[in-house]
Design a protein around this ligand. Structure first.
Ligand code: PEP
Ligand code: MN
Length: 354
């Protein structure tokens, strides 16, 4: 049976909280040898996928139930807690029966409310920690919704995993980090524990360290990192897995930041920022009032709302000014575009209503 005493609060006493292990459990030897190495330098939670959601059919879909016996052996031999992915109630039942300590819901499942509800229902009354990965698409509502489904089923030990968002265009990252999405989820659920999975974001070993450090710098509580005894022959995600030795080196150089924010100088700086934000809002509100005034004038004189030449001049003037003030050009363009869009919207409203 799973251990009911495991709480997320307890888990985050490790700084950073770390789940490490192979993408998939592949064989008894692969699992046990990876686990022994990881445990030798202090990894306390061992992850491995038993049931693997693959994008296309025909790939390795996990070893299934048999792997649960190997996971139990890992636990027995190393004392590590074990974690695996569940995507339906059958997985939940078997994982619990097999003695798995921590569950996670994968990105493909989080985006499916039926599946999440099924998992939540089958977990009623079982107090096992559940880590919820973000859905494939950058939708904070779906992510928060999945977490709420679990909480509504009485599962209090819920945490989130940021693993990046799928895109059509493939660039540097396998999955775009879009850090503002986990930030938005944290804003809505401030006490939610959030860890980062740099393996699935980066998709490459050399991105694991910088992404992990970035996440810790931002205040993430921990990491989930894929580690395989011989990544070159891994049956899934072989491009992104690192050896336990590589993981050990990364852990040695990672810096965990203090979370406390009670220093006087920080509070003073924050007061200044708050005051400036207030002034910014006041100025934007006054600017919109003038825009509406212009809208009324345009309506009375039968002039169209959009004046492309004027807009173009406004943007170029501010961009050259931004360069002098050491403000990023793209950033200022984005702000001006947003302000302009809202001004146009308000003027059109005047055309339609007043
Ligand atoms: C995994 O952790 O191996 C996995 C399948 O992750 P994700 O759901 O983030 O793709
Ligand atoms: Mn994987």
């Amino acid at each position: 049976m799973s251990n009911p005493a495991i709480t997320i609060k307890e888990l985050i006493k490790d700084k950073p909280l770390l789940l490490a292990g192979p993408c998939s459990a592949e064989s008894h030897d692969q699992l046990l040898s990876t686990a022994k190495e990881l445990s030798s330098f202090g990894v306390k939670i061992f992850r491995a996928g038993i049931w693997k959601p693959r994008t296309k059919p025909g790939g390795f879909e996990g070893v299934g139930r048999e792997g649960l016996k190997w996971m139990a052996e890992v636990k027995e031999l190393t004392g590590m807690l074990t974690a695996t992915e569940v995507a339906n109630s059958k997985h939940v039942k078997e994982a619990l029966k097999g003695g798995i300590d921590i569950l996670w819901i994968g990105a493909r499942t989080t985006g499916n409310p039926f599946a999440v509800q099924e998992i939540a229902d089958s977990l009623k009354g079982k107090n096992i920690p559940v880590f919820v990965k973000n859905p494939l698409n950058a939708d904070p509502d779906l992510w928060v919704g999945a977490i709420e489904r679990l909480q509504n089923s009485g599962i209090s030990e819920v945490a989130a995993v940021h693993r990046g968002f799928s895109t059509y265009e493939k660039g540097l990252f396998r999955n775009l980090p879009q850090w503002h999405i986990p930030i938005e989820v944290k804003r809505r659920m401030p006490s939610l524990v959030m860890i980062c999975d740099p393996s699935h974001i980066g998709g490459r070993p050399d991105l694991i360290y910088p992404l992990s450090q970035h996440a810790l710098d931002m205040g993430f509580d921990g990491l989930m990192i894929e580690s395989h005894i011989e990544p070159a022959v891994a049956l899934s995600d072989k491009e992104q897995q690192i050896t336990p030795a590589m993981l050990r080196n990364i852990l040695k150089v990672l810096v965990v930041r203090e979370k406390s924010d009670c220093s006087e100088s920080l509070s003073e700086l924050r007061r200044e920022i708050d005051e400036m934000d207030e002034r910014l809002l006041d100025i934007i509100s006054k600017r919109m009032a003038i825009s509406r005034e212009i809208g009324r004038y345009k309506k009375e004189n039968n002039i169209s709302v959009l004046q492309p030449l004027r807009y173009d001049r406004l943007v170029s003037r501010r961009i050259s000014q931004a360069a002098e003030l050491m403000i990023d050009e793209e950033f200022i363009k984005l702000i001006l575009e947003a302000i302009h869009e809202e001004s146009v919207r308000q003027q059109i409203e005047i055309f339609n209503k007043e």
